[in-house]
Every structure is written in structure tokens, then in C-alpha cells.
Design a protein around this ligand. Structure first.
Ligand SMILES: NC(=O)C1=CN([C@@H]2O[C@H](COP(=O)(O)OP(=O)(O)OC[C@H]3O[C@@H](n4cnc5c(N)ncnc54)[C@H](O)[C@@H]3O)[C@@H](O)[C@H]2O)C=CC1
Ligand SMILES: CC(C)CC(=O)C(=O)O
Ligand SMILES: [Mg+2]
Length: 352
């Protein structure tokens, strides 16, 4: 079993160290870890945010454990050299089109949610975000119009097969949960969304046991705060899913708690090839201070064990250890606590 570990930038290396601490305690036999540079770190060392050796390591692995990328010193670089292009490039190169972002309320954190405790307590949802299309991957440029004004544009599109494959992932996820799927789009304004909705409805014929609903993204953003308990599985495009999942994180207490799995169709000997990362970024404002909450990274490791290595029991153990640590009052500054990154990692590891 091979895992490619890409720590990346900012808090990436700090939270990666804690996930590896937890992995170490599990003492999984036959596990091989590879490490490579990515993001701004890779740009500074090798002149590119996703060097060929890094991509090759990922392609030769069963799973990628990814910290975060983003480095303010790279802001002025041409787009293709910026750190963020590394994660977009990896998602595309490995055809990881399905991004699973679960948001669940941990016992004892209700008072720390941005919502009222009785509302927050209801949260148990899964955002299934399409990850290989939308404006993130369309033609983009800043051009000068004939009248001299500069214009930025990003082409938004979804082909029907792209919508179909993510819809199947979402319907299957719903079948394994409460059999309720809400498709979020902006079909009242966007043609991309109209096609999205048509295809989701078409696919729904194959899943008569799943109740499908549709919601415009502006309403969904509001409903997520008003009554998040109404959502079970939410399927949406790349841009909307990115934004709604950051919002969902504050509904359960902190962005430092939300993990993700990015999956495609490629199977390995042990499960599905995937990349696992917290939903947050490199948090340059707290990098190097030992303040980052590593729980999202540790929970991403749990998803890796489950989806790519077929180690469900170990995954559940890690999740239970995180839940127990939180219940015991182990909290970082993001949750109003005083535990640092390493102390949180130690606390989870000792509860294993
Ligand atoms: N997948 C990735 O690697 C992602 C990379 N980015 C990049 O990260 C950089 C920073 O982006 P931001 O918009 O500031 O988003 P961010 O998610 O890095 O940070 C937003 C806020 O949340 C806090 N935060 C994030 N993770 C935390 C954690 N584990 N514990 C405690 N607090 C945490 C940060 O301190 C900051 O105040 C940018 O370069 C951006 O492009 C952003 C999102 C995803
Ligand atoms: C850095 C971005 C491209 C990605 C992002 O914000 C995300 O995937 O959540
Ligand atoms: Mg994001």
C-alpha cells in the first residue's frame, strides 16, 4: 500500500505531521510512504508548483494525502506557476472528479457553531462537489477590449457526461444514507445549470428509491444556515460546492474540522484511487505558529483508509479518537480552546 504525502505550504507541513503521527500509531503492515514537494514550496525549490517527480509519485501510489497549497509570495506569478495550480492539476491529472465533503456535528460542539445549538445539532450532511469542470477549468484570461477596457473572463461549462458521472456518485451516496438528494444549481439564470438539472433528473430514473429535490444556490446558502437538518446529500458544481462547504464548516464549528476525499473511477488493489485533504487552505495568517487545528487533516486520513485502502475499521477508529478528543475538551484556538497543533495530534494519537 503506497501513500504519497504532499504537505505543501503554510500550515500544510504542521497538520501533515500530526496525521502521520496518527498513522504511525495504527502501525499498518505493508504501508509505504513517499514524500514530495508541492505548491509554493515546490515552486521555490524546483521552479514549478507540481514538478513531474511529484506527479509521478502520486500516479504510482494508491492514495495521496495532501496538506494545502497557497503562498502569498507567489501571488504575482503567472497563473500556471501559482501554488493553487498544483491541486487543480492533480485533480485533473488523476481524474478525481468527485469531491466528498462530509459535515457532521460532533457531540459537545453545538455551542461553538455559528448557528443556534438546537439548529446545529441537526447537521449530518454530505456535499458531493464536482471537481474536474466548471469555471475553474474553462478558458480564462484578462483581455483588452477594442475600446481599451480590460475584461476578465472564465468560461463556465459542463458536458452532460461530466454531470452524469457525478450524479451517479451522489445518488449512490444517498442510497447509503437517508436516500435524499438535493441538487444545487442556478438553473434560473445559467444554461450550464439548466443542463445540469436536466441530466440529474435523467439519472434519477435509475434511483427510484432516492428522493430528489433541486434548489438554487442562493437559497441553498440561506437554507444551510436556517435549517441545515433538511440536507442529507447535496450534489453541486465545482464553484458552488467550494463555497457551500466552507460555509458548512462554520455551521459545525470550524473550518479546521472538515475533511474531504477526491475520487475518480480508477480502482487500486485495495480500493479507489483518491486524494485526501482538509477543505481549508494553507492559512498563511497562522502558519508556523503551531495554532492550526489538524483534525480536518486527521479526518482526511480516515477517509483515505476507508476509500483507498479498504481499512474501514481503522478509519472508524481514527474518527472515534477525534470525536473523543473533542468530547474531552481538546480544542484549538479555532474552537475557542488553547490546544496547539501538536497537542491536538498527541491527544488523538493517545486516544487510539
Ligand atoms: N486545497 C487547497 O490547498 C486550498 C488552498 N487555498 C489557498 O490557501 C491560501 C489561503 O487561503 P484563505 O482564503 O485564507 O483560506 P484558508 O482556508 O487557508 O484560511 C481561511 C481562514 O481559516 C483559518 N483556518 C484555515 N484552516 C485552519 C485550521 N486547520 N485551523 C485553524 N484555522 C484555520 C485561517 O487561519 C484563515 O483565517 C490561498 O493561497 C488559497 O488560494 C485555499 C483553499 C484550498
Ligand atoms: C485552491 C482552490 C483551487 C481550491 C479550493 O478552494 C478548494 O478546493 O476548496
Ligand atoms: Mg475551498
Amino acid at each position: 500500500m503506497k501513500i504519497a504525502c504532499l504537505a505543501g505550504d503554510g500550515i500544510g507541513p504542521e497538520i501533515m505531521a500530526e496525521a502521520l503521527k496518527v498513522l504511525d500509531v495504527l502501525a499498518i503492515e505493508g504501508l509505504e510512504l513517499g514524500h514530495a514537494d508541492v505548491g509554493g514550496t515546490a515552486y521555490h525549490k524546483h521552479g514549478h508548483p507540481l514538478p513531474p517527480e511529484t506527479l509521478a509519485l502520486c500516479q504510482a501510489s494508491d492514495a495521496v494525502l495532501f496538506g494545502a497549497v497557497g503562498d502569498p509570495t507567489c501571488d504575482a506569478l503567472e497563473r500556471h506557476l501559482r501554488p493553487e495550480q498544483a491541486i487543480l492539476g492533480l485533480r485533473q491529472a488523476l481524474t478525481l472528479f468527485a469531491n466528498l465533503r462530509p459535515a457532521t456535528m460532533f457531540a459537545g460542539l453545538e455551542d461553538l457553531s455559528a448557528l443556534r445549538p438546537e439548529v446545529a445539532r441537526q447537521i449530518d450532511l454530505l456535499i458531493v462537489r464536482e471537481l474536474n469542470g466548471d469555471v475553474y477549468f474553462g478558458e480564462k484570461a484578462i483581455r483588452t477590449l477594442p475600446d481599451g477596457r480590460r475584461q476578465g473572463y472564465d468560461f463556465m461549462s459542463y458536458a452532460e457526461d461530466e454531470v452524469r458521472r457525478i450524479a451517479h456518485v451522489a445518488f449512490r451516496a444517498a442510497q447509503g444514507r437517508k436516500k435524499t438528494l438535493c441538487s444545487v444549481d442556478k438553473a434560473n439564470v445559467l444554461e450550464t445549470s439548466q443542463l445540469w438539472r436536466d441530466v440529474v433528473i435523467e439519472v434519477s430514473a435509475e434511483y427510484p428509491d432516492v428522493a430528489l429535490s433541486h434548489m438554487y444556490v442562493d437559497n441553498a446558502a440561506m437554507q444551510l444556515v436556517r435549517n441545515p437538518g433538511q440536507f442529507d446529500v447535496v450534489v453541486t458544481g465545482n464553484l458552488f460546492g467550494d463555497i457551500l462547504s466552507d460555509q458548512a464548516s462554520m455551521c459545525v464549528g470550524s473550518i479546521g474540522l472538515l475533511a474531504s476525499a477526491s475520487l475518480g473511477e480508477k480502482q487500486t488493489q485495495y480500493g479507489t484511487l483518491g486524494l485526501y485533504e482538509p477543505i481549508h487552505g494553507s492559512a498563511p495568517d497562522i502558519a508556523g505558529q503551531g495554532k492550526a487545528n489538524p483534525m480536518a487533516m486527521i479526518l482526511s486520513l480516515a477517509m483515505l483508509l476507508r476509500h483507498s485502502l479498504g481499512l474501514e475499521a481503522q478509519a472508524a477508529r481514527v474518527e472515534a479518537a477525534v470525536a473523543q478528543a473533542l468530547a474531552d475538551g481538546i480544542k484549538g484556538a479555532d474552537l475557542g480552546g488553547s490546544h496547539g497543533t501538536a497537542a491536538i495530534g498527541d491527544a488523538v494519537a493517545s486516544r487510539l
